[in-house]
Design a protein around this ligand. Structure first.
Ligand SMILES: C[S@@+](CC[C@H](N)C(=O)[O-])C[C@H]1O[C@@H](n2cnc3c(N)ncnc32)[C@H](O)[C@@H]1O
Length: 186
């Protein structure tokens, strides 16, 4: 499964959170941003209803092929996962409003604020958005002349947007890479 730096699989504790959340809300329709090689997808599918469908987006088709094989090896029928190849901000606008129970975000950190906006459009009332790497977006130390890291700045901005949105019930879980979750209120 994915071991390269840019397809780092979710930690087992982070995966357990995904399984817990999807099971708690009886998720049937989930969007994942950042398929990677399928680790988080397996955790999501394990928590979802048996007829649930995972829609997962990634920009690297080879990773998605690997994820497809991982899902099959884990015992999930091919029709449980709809893998869409493309950049998240090209694909997400094509998905239907209020049609999803959960969105899990684990892709390009600088785009997290945009993913939040799209996620809130995609979620039904009571749906959950969850961002991985909420505590792990630490910039490499490039010395005193290095500027602000765009990923870290974007993660902070996403946290601020979530906290300041009265329509959301937020939760920061210091588990694994850190998971920022929010329930979309009615
Ligand atoms: C950390 S990995 C995801 C790991 C996966 N969630 C797991 O636990 O197995 C991040 C993934 O995001 C994908 N990615 C990066 N930028 C993206 C973008 N703009 N749109 C879609 N996918 C992107 C990368 O190709 C990579 O597979």
């Amino acid at each position: 499964m994915g071991r390269q730096a840019d397809t780092r699989p979710i930690s087992p504790s982070g995966g357990a959170v995904l399984r817990f959340l999807t099971a708690a809300i009886g998720a049937r329709a989930v969007v994942e941003i950042g398929t990677g090689c399928g680790s988080s997808g397996i955790w999501l599918l394990r928590g979802m209803r048996p007829d649930g469908i995972l829609t997962s987006v990634d920009v690297v088709p080879e990773y998605q092929q690997s994820a497809r094989e991982s899902f099959q090896a884990a015992g999930f029928a091919a029709n449980r996962a709809r893998l869409i190849h493309g950049r998240a901000m090209d694909v997400l606008p094509r998905l239907n409003d209020a049609a999803y129970d959960m969105v899990f975000v684990d892709a390009a950190l600088p785009e997290y604020p945009e993913y939040l906006k799209e996620s809130l459009r995609l979620l039904r009332d009571g749906g959950i958005v969850a961002f991985n790497n909420a505590l792990d977006a630490t910039p490499a130390d490039d010395g005193p002349l290095s500027g602000p890291d765009p990923g870290t700045e974007a993660m902070r901005e996403t946290g601020r947007l979530v906290r300041e949105d009265d329509g959301l019930i937020p939760l920061l879980l210091p588990i694994g890479e850190g998971m920022l979750a929010a329930i979309r209120g009615a």
